[in-house]
Design a protein around this ligand. Sequence first.
Ligand SMILES: [Zn+2]
Ligand SMILES: [Zn+2]
Ligand SMILES: [Zn+2]
Length: 318
Amino acid sequence: MSDEDTGGRLSPDDAFAALSNEHRVRILRELGDAGSPLAFSELYDRLPVDDTARFNYHLGELRGHFVRKTADGYALDHPGQRVVEAIRSGAVTHDPEIERTTVDDRCPTCESPLEIQWLDGSVEVFCSVCESRWDRSHGRVGGPGEVESGYLGRLPFPPAGLRDRTPSEVLRAAHAWTNLELLAVGSGICPRCAAAVETELDACPDHDADGVCSTCRSRFAVLLYAACPNCPYQVGGAAALGLLSSPELLAFTLDHGIDPFSPESVLRLDRLLSEYDEEVLSRDPLRAVLTFSAGGDTLSLRVDETGDVVDGPTRPSS
Ligand SMILES: [Zn+2]
Ligand SMILES: [Zn+2]
Ligand SMILES: [Zn+2]
């Protein structure tokens, strides 16, 4: 579909101008909290304004786009819902400071305690003993930036997810949230705006598998990149992350009791997706074989330059 097909009723400038008033934002929040339509008087009583004409003016600025009048009263229209969701997630307002904290969970590689911190919209994960998986973080504001030792990666997670969870629960929920996003990316869908996303794999031309390679700055020889052409979303990481949506890998994980979306097994999945063998068969076009292990079984998948599995599993799991 073209832009005209999906064209909006308001320009971004007009939409944000309509929101640039504390009473209007409060109206949206009150309607979001109410969960069902509110009569004019009910909504008016919830706002700190004592002038009906002024209240009516602000409500009028929202009507027709963010707020809809129904037979039962005023309710959020879909754009108003998205604004309240963004506010409630904390993603556009909160920047919580969470210093590095040791969690109950153990490093999937060396069994030492893991540590987490929240920074720039993500939970960052560290092992207190292991070498880093990467020597830079690409997702930090102003990144790519140098990272502290033991850096294992970052998991996008809205601030609201930190509320009422222990550090260990935060880590597991952030893994599950990230896996849901990766499932969308692997299916070619931007997890933030639903536009079509293209993924590509790249093999390090001179990989040193002993620690973090100085050429690709990572422990992994084959890396995944995906970027949305419509919004700023982008993701990069080990090639295996792009395979989460493949039926072969999903079946393998589920066969071994690993549910990618269950907080109980996300750390086992992290081990599976970070401790695997890679073999580059050709560079142009790129073909590589990734071999995963779980419970004494292995699964080898041949992937192409887009991250798709080609030719099915190269050998059956034993
Ligand atoms: Zn470790
Ligand atoms: Zn390399
Ligand atoms: Zn997008």
